[in-house]
Write a protein that binds this ligand. Structure first.
Ligand SMILES: Cc1cc2nc3c(=O)[nH]c(=O)nc-3n(C[C@H](O)[C@H](O)[C@H](O)COP(=O)(O)OP(=O)(O)OC[C@H]3O[C@@H](n4cnc5c(N)ncnc54)[C@H](O)[C@@H]3O)c2cc1C
Length: 383
């Protein structure tokens, strides 16, 4: 807990000295080297490769990769620290979350040793980045309706189809592609994008928020991929995705907590400085009560986040618990950012103020990694 931390949440029991030192290093690095670049990423719509490589040099790419595979041998706690601090410092545009967890956890947790040895070094150094392609124009919430197909031909799969809304789709060097290998069998296949015949990408979408992320459509026209690129068993893609989505949903929840902390910190600074009717905005009972309520909910949310991270660390997290975290924290994120923007008055509506960008960026948390309606379905199944 730092002095400026509006949430009264001490470090959880899984935190040790090594994690505290890691967090200090992450914060110093992001503040010094990445925060100054955040506006540029936002304007150009992507993160240049040098920033990735720098993050790699600092050990911030896939820190949970085992030492035997050239990684730092960390855990999900290291990943969570990076995600929360990047969001708290307003540099989630760097999007280590997608590369480190949403994509790379499949490689670290579920891939063969050959696949890990082949791809992890480039992903650790930042020479390559990765993304995962599940969604299609006709299959978002209903993933089983996907139509992208991979048929076997000798030692290869031949892939045809289309994906959409793929984060880092425009820049990704390695894509984990979800596709049908039989009428009712979904498989996950790694696709190296360099010089790949039959593969093309759309222009990045013009989104209302998360503008530093290059989100695109992907097109596959009889694309040939080695059969050795299959993740695990053929036909096990749906259960692999359900496993991966647990951590992906926690990513959204952790990002939400980071942004909530940032919104509250910036708003407290603003209302204690800005004056109206001869006193600071903070002195109005409405402001104090509003911030008291939001800090209380944020504190409850952060404790729950730590509980879920602890459950991932000891292997006891369930899909419905991760869905609860994603649902509740993304809803809270939207509410906190909206209420904080109101306390900025007209300045909150001006893009130059970080709270305005947070307002735009927060909205997608209720949509991606499974919409919040789908989270309620997942939770209700467990009741
Ligand atoms: C910025 C951004 C980045 C993304 N990144 C990725 C990525 O990297 N990889 C990837 O694969 N996908 C990605 N997505 C896709 C995202 O996961 C989907 O948009 C999301 O799962 C919803 O699918 P859909 O857009 O097709 O909406 P639909 O499935 O068409 O849903 C429309 C509405 O209907 C509701 N609905 C649907 N089914 C039900 C139901 N059974 N009960 C009640 N309500 C229902 C939904 O909740 C929603 O409100 C991204 C999306 C965005 C916007």
């Amino acid at each position: 807990m730092t002095m400026s931390d509006p949430l009264k949440v001490p470090d959880p029991s899984y935190f040790n000295e090594e994690l505290r030192l890691f967090r200090d290093m992450v914060v110093k690095f992001l503040e010094k080297e990445m925060v100054p670049k955040a506006d540029q990423w936002e304007q150009q719509g992507y993160v240049e490769r040098d920033s990735w490589r720098r993050a790699g040099e600092m050990g911030l790419l896939v820190p949970s990769c085992p030492e035997s595979l050239g990684g730092a041998g960390g855990t999900f706690a290291h990943e969570a620290i990076i995600i929360e601090e990047a969001s708290r410092l307003g540099v989630e545009g760097l999007n280590l979350a997608t590369h480190n967890v949403v994509f790379s956890r499949y490689l670290v947790n579920q891939a063969s040793e050959e696949q890990q040895a082949k791809w992890l070094p480039n992903l650790l150094s930042g020479d390559w980045n990765g993304s995962i392609a599940m969604t299609e124009p006709g299959a978002g919430s209903d993933l089983r309706a996907m139509r992208t197909k991979a048929r076997r031909e000798g030692n290869e799969y031949v892939v045809s189809g289309q994906k959409t809304f793929i984060t880092q789709g425009y820049s990704a060097d390695l894509i984990l592609l979800a596709c049908k290998t039989a009428e009712d069998a979904i498989s996950l296949i790694f696709v190296e994008t360099k010089d790949l015949e039959g593969f093309s990408r759309g222009e990045p979408f013009d989104k209302i928020g998360m503008k530093a992320h290059d989100t695109t459509e992907l097109f596959f026209d009889e694309v040939r991929v080695p059969r050795t690129n299959l993740l695990g068993e053929e036909g096990s893609g749906f259960s692999q995705m359900m496993q991966g989505l647990v951590e992906e949903r926690m990513v959204v929840a952790i990002q939400a907590v980071g942004m909530i902390e940032r919104a509250l910190e910036l708003t407290l600074d603003h209302v204690k400085d800005r004056k109206a009717f001869g006193r600071t905005i903070f002195e109005f009972q409405n402001t104090r009560f509003k911030l008291a309520e939001l800090s209380t909910e944020a504190t409850v949310g952060k404790v729950f986040m730590h509980h879920c991270i602890q459950s991932i660390l000891n292997g006891s997290i369930t899909p419905d618990t991760a869905a609860m975290a994603k649902l509740w924290l993304s809803e809270l994120q939207g509410k906190v950012v909206d209420e904080c923007l109101q306390l900025f008055g007209g300045y909150g509506y001006i893009n130059e103020y970080p709270i305005a960008r947070m307002y735009r960026d927060a909205r997608v948390s209720r949509i991606y990694a499974g919409t919040n309606e789908i989270m309620k379905q997942v939770i209700s199944k467990g009741l």
